[in-house]
Design a protein around this ligand. Structure first.
Ligand code: C6P
Length: 406
């Protein structure tokens, strides 16, 4: 395990940085992962060698850029085992992907009184777009409750499904609790009721293999920047048949076949949903990030991160006054915690003074915080470049918080 850490650590130049006089201990990978050299170099190479637009020019540079962009799409297709390249829409991130599904599919397919099932642990990106649609169109939200351990109440989930259920949209891994949800069961149950299933894979894509055909999900969304790739690039996977029938969400260049003032003929998917100049460098960087992850392999990634999860859970549990929020049986390496009598922002600031980067806040999951009766938590999220040393530094920094604040 430690050899994996050492090899990988060398790929992340930022880890050489000192923060407040301490070596950087980066435990905020659920917000944004660090970037390895191969990704940084792929983005730089794009701008250095082929900084042209795609799908437009007949000149060589544009053809090279187009090949790199479409090559990245194929890399994404393989990564999630989509059947067809047309099923991969590049977006600016998970948020944009979910909004696209909401505006282009749900807004046009659902009728007043139809129901959308979400869970109580969703990120705002998988709540707000649906809530907006409900307010505009009279759709109804149904919410899967979360248990005290931070797991979905599956009995309650099944009882929420009915003849008006048209969509179930849930996260595969909770960004605030780390819970890994049984999405296979959720997707199958949605289909059994004639509903579609959308999976928010923002947190799962970096830490577990995803096979959209095996899952049989209808939509799946993720972001590049949590997957060791650039910011501003993400993916919406949708089954080809769905995309064929979906109208465009944004209008502009590249999403049309012909335009006149009388009539517009739209392009086929995925281009119909990629209006304007896309984030070409971002897509190229994401493709390289996926190659990087695949070269390490999810077996090794999961073993490493699960060891870190166990070690960090034990270390935090051994500190007096520290309470972990989210104790699901199946968790990714994300640990939310509170210290009684200390605001999470103070925890975040004091550990930062020790060079330890964690996130403190509501994690864009305010309904979940309310469910646990908390305004916020501190969150340590581990990734492939973390080690047992980082757990020790976190524990020492949290100990210091107690010394200063209590
Ligand atoms: N969560 C976190 O610190 P974007 O911002 O579009 O790349 O991803 C949104 C998003 C959607 N779903 C889940 C489960 C997420 O975790 C996130 C992003 C970050 O937890 C930033 S709030």
């Amino acid at each position: 395990m430690s050899s994996l850490y050492e090899q990988i650590r060398a790929d992340f130049p930022i880890l050489g940085k000192k923060v407040n006089g301490h070596p950087l201990t980066y435990l905020d990978s659920a917000a944004a992962s660090l970037k390895p050299l191969p990704v940084i170099e792929a983005v730089e190479r794009f701008y250095r060698e082929m900084p042209a637009n795609v799908h437009r020019g007949v000149h060589s540079l544009s053809r090279e850029a187009t090949a790199a962009y479409e090559g990245a799409r194929e890399t994404v297709r393989k990564f999630i085992n989509a059947a067809r390249i047309e099923e991969i829409v590049f977006t600016s991130g998970t948020t944009a992907s979910i909004n696209l599904a909401a505006r282009s599919w749900a807004a046009t397919q659902l009728r007043k009184g139809d129901e959308i099932v979400l869970s109580h642990m969703e990120h705002h990106s998988n709540i707000v777009p649906w809530k907006m649609l409900c307010e505009e169109n009279g759709f109804i939200l149904k919410i899967i409750p979360v248990t005290d351990a931070g797991e979905l109440d599956m009995e309650a989930f099944h009882s929420l499904l009915g003849p008006r259920t048209k969509l179930v949209a849930v996260t595969q891994v909770s960004n605030a609790l780390g819970t890994i949800n049984p999405v296979e069961e959720i997707i199958a149950a949605a289909h059994a009721h004639g509903a579609l299933a959308l999976i928010d894979a923002a947190q799962s894509a970096p830490c577990m293999p995803i096979d959209v055909q095996a899952l049989d999900c209808d939509f799946l969304a993720f972001s590049g920047h949590k997957l060791f790739g650039p910011t501003g690039i993400g993916v919406l996977y949708a089954k080809a048949g769905l995309l064929e029938d979906m109208p465009p969400f944004l209008g502009g260049g590249d999403m049309i076949l012909s335009v006149s003032f009388e009539e517009i003929c739209y392009n086929k998917p995925p281009y119909r949903f990629e209006a304007g100049t896309p984030n070409i460098a971002g897509a190229v960087g994401l493709g390289r990030a996926i190659d990087y992850v695949r070269a390490i392999g999810f077996d090794r990634i999961q073993e490493h991160e699960q060891n870190l999860l166990r070690g960090a859970t034990a270390a935090l549990n051994s500190l007096e006054g520290v309470r972990i929020i989210g104790t699901a049986e199946k968790k990714a390496a994300v640990i939310s915690f509170v210290i009684d009598g200390v605001h999470p922002h103070d925890i975040g600031s004091i550990v930062d003074s020790c060079g330890v980067a964690i996130r403190a806040g509501h994690h864009c999951a305010q309904p979940l915080m309310t469910r646990f009766g908390l305004p916020a938590t501190a969150r340590a999220a581990f990734s492939i470049y973390n080690s047992e040393d980082d757990i020790e530094r976190l524990a020492a920094a949290v100990h210091k918080v107690r010394e200063i604040m209590l």
